[in-house]
Design a protein around this ligand. Structure first.
Ligand code: ADP
Ligand code: MG
Length: 671
């Protein structure tokens, strides 16, 4: 289990505790209780059943009722050790059989012996199946922990400085280890957990913040101080008033790009918050400084759309721009390659075709990466290796709001900007939940909106683009829609189509030539058709929260009231219910991301699986946000006063860092 030393074993914390403080009466027993503790009298043993169903049973009684006890194994041992007619304290998991409750393989201890141990929470440790078969079970580990703690009392070094212990009211390491394994009260256990979570997060944050300091000190960036292009754009070509949030973010980016240090900034903004123009303005900062800019998007459709969006501004500013994707023709490629090399081509948008070897820039000053979760970390780093001398500034844009706790851990060494408001005049999207039985009403609603000149998306889940079944769902849906609306022009879009056909359909819809777009999730990211006001998501229970939110963000992009209708079957599981209810309740991407984190745990969130940043022993990013914030603050304060961690009062921190250095995650990989 990766346990080699006493220290490792002490850090093998219980994953739950059994409550031995509460005693139940038998009449209170209920099959939903995870475990029960009951005082009562053991009845006579008898054998029943045959073959594999052969078992030992006995009754167990208190003044309020009777339980049945069952043993399938170890029968001899049970019958020789337990005395019918004596009083025992029983502990186990109750199950219901008809009107009776039974407990299989209960723990039974004579009442007298139990009383001393009765008043605490019993630790439960995880063990492997193999260890369990060799009798190294949870109880055994508990015994080891007790023995080690006895021997190590007074010898467990503190690894947090006094100042931090006092400021955050943390108990000592020694005390925390004692209490985490053998809590004397629920409150003490809570204190121990808080202390150990804090410690864990503190050291993670310390590493991340140190990396950030190192990067800022060592990684030179091109200093861009010429704002003339920016001013021209603001004065002559700005298509709308920027929101305060957009202005603030642009100021942050400009401050980075002129500083002489490399920018590594994550730009978070909910769908529709206007990240594209922020990206363009950042490009102008680089171009004004004599450099080039690149924008990389995860799909061909998106790259095209970015290109078209940027081109309007770029043309107005007379800045040469091109697009490079997998389908760019050879002759065009040559022109692009030459323009990049000689520096005449200023902006290149595209897909990961940008990462190809032949794509060389004269001077790449800024790499904007859209929708980062679609790109592997390795792919991203390729972009900035395209400048050998000085790395380009990097702006990663994401429309997937990342809960603060995750951002702090995953991107702890990046600077984060948030566009926290939507452009004015947007009406919040109204979200409804409908079941399949109400399809006629939904169709009537579609008819009404289309009649008013609007357009409608109908999206089907396509978890894996190779899944034939999903494609069939989509095709069936498309057919029933064409039957329901024989008079309307309907587009279809899915991943199996080639990019020419996709672009053709997308363009038709965008121009308003079709009223309904039946699609898979290929339209999930970034697609912008302001006249589309209805998003219908079929089999919505099959989507994750963040994906539902992304899809909903495809509407509500114009001035008209927009709607999102979540279609599901009638009966839903608990998690699906929560997801749907969350969507109906709020439009706030961050709130949705928080719920998602709580539902799924950090390990499943997009883009975090491979990071290793989440191999936490005791802290939980879904629920320990406050402790994380405190730990991060503490790490910051320490580094500000003692960047090298060389002060005498921080010796224990330095020591702990070098001790854990041997098997720690390579944090730099994450950025
Ligand atoms: P996202 O952040 O999802 O990429 P976009 O950049 O695509 O959002 O912007 C969404 C829409 O809002 C676009 O049509 C864009 O032109 C428009 N927009 C962006 N900023 C503003 C603003 N400050 N005022 C009005 N409309 C804006
Ligand atoms: Mg976008």
């Amino acid at each position: 289990m990766g346990i080699f030393t006493f220290g490792d074993l002490l850090a093998h914390y219980p994953f739950r505790y059994e409550d031995r403080t509460k005693f139940y009466f038998i009449r209170e027993v209920d099959e939903n209780l995870p475990s029960i503790q009951v005082k009562g009298r053991l009845g006579n043993f008898s054998m029943t059943g045959t073959g594999p169903r052969k078992r030992l049973v006995a009754s167990f009684q208190d003044d309020t009722g009777t339980l049945e006890l069952v043993w399938f194994q170890g029968i001899r041992w049970v019958t020789t050790r337990l005395k019918p007619g004596s009083d025992y304290v029983l502990f186990g998991k109750p199950a219901r059989f008809g009107s009776k409750f039974s407990v299989a393989h209960p723990e039974l201890e004579p009442v007298g012996e139990n009383q001393t141990k009765g008043a605490f929470l019993q630790p439960v440790y995880s063990v492997t199946e193999r260890l369990r078969n060799s009798f190294v079970d949870s109880k055994f580990i508990s015994k080891l922990e007790r023995e080690i703690l006895r021997q190590a009392t007074g010898k467990i070094p503190e690894n947090l400085p006094d100042s931090i212990l006092q400021k955050f009211k943390l108990i000592s390491k020694q005390e925390a280890l004692q209490q985490i394994h053998f809590p004397s009260t629920a409150d003490q256990l809570h204190q121990a957990q808080r202390r150990l979570k804090f410690e864990e997060l503190f050291f993670v944050q310390l590493e991340l913040l140190r990396l950030k300091v190192v990067r800022q000190d060592q990684q030179k960036g091109m200093p861009f101080t010429n704002a003339s292009l920016l001013t021209t754009f603001y004065e002559k070509h700005l298509p709308f008033q920027l929101t305060e949030a957009q202005k603030k973010v642009i100021r942050e980016i400009y401050a980075d790009m002129r500083s002489g240090k490399q920018m590594n900034r994550l730009l978070q903004g909910d769908v529709g918050s206007g990240k594209t123009i922020v990206g363009f303005i950042s490009m102008l900062i680089a171009i004004g400084g004599g450099a080039q800019a690149a924008l990389m998007a995860p799909t061909e459709i998106l790259a095209q759309q970015h290109y078209r969006g940027l081109k309007v501004f770029a043309d107005a500013m007379q800045v040469p721009i091109a697009i490079l994707t997998g389908s760019t023709k050879k002759s065009e490629r040559k022109i692009i390659h030459d323009g990049l090399l000689n520096g005449s081509l200023k902006i290149l948008a595209g897909t990961h075709a940008l990462l190809e070897e032949e794509v060389r820039f004269n001077k790449l000053g800024l790499a904007v990466i859209d929708e980062q979760h679609r790109f592997g970390v390795a792919q991203r780093s390729k972009l900035w290796k395209k400048n050998t001398e000085v790395f380009p500034h990097v702006l990663v844009m994401t429309a997937t709001p990342i809960p603060r706790t995750l951002a702090m851990t995953l991107y702890g060494d990046l600077d984060v900007s948030v566009i926290s408001e939507l452009p004015k005049g947007r009406k919040p999207i109204i979200t409804r939940h409908q079941t399949d039985t109400h399809r006629l009403q939904v169709n009537a609603f579609i008819r009404k909106e289309v009649g008013a000149g609007r357009q409608v998306y109908i999206v089907y889940p396509l978890i894996d683009e190779s899944e034939k079944l999903d494609l069939k769902d989509l095709m069936d849906g498309y057919e029933s829609i064409t039957r329901a609306f024989p008079d309307l022009a309907i587009s279809i879009l899915h991943g199996k189509m080639d990019s020419e056909a996709k672009d053709f359909e997308m363009a038709r819809f965008k121009k308003g030539e079709t009223s309904i777009m039946v699609a898979t999730t290929v339209i999930e990211v970034g697609v912008d058709v302001p006249n589309a006001t209805v998003m219908i998501i079929e089999n919505a229970e099959r989507f994750g929260l963040s994906q539902l939110h992304q899809l909903r963000g495809r509407v509500g992009r114009g001035g008209e009231q927009s709607y999102c209708i979540l279609m599901t079957k009638d009966r839903l599981g608990q998690d699906s219910k929560t997801r749907i209810a969350t969507m109906v309740r709020t439009n706030n991407g961050f709130e949705i991301a928080e719920t998602d984190l709580q539902l799924r745990g950090p390990g499943d969130l997009m883009g975090t699986q491979q990071s290793g940043a989440l191999d936490l022993r005791i802290a939980n990013l879904g629920t320990d946000g406050e402790i994380l914030q405190a730990a991060r603050d503490a790490a910051k304060v320490l580094l500000e006063s003692d960047p090298e961690i060389s002060a005498g009062v921080h010796a224990m921190v330095r020591h702990h860092l070098s001790a854990q250095g041997k098997n720690k995650t390579n944090w730099s990989r994450i950025s």
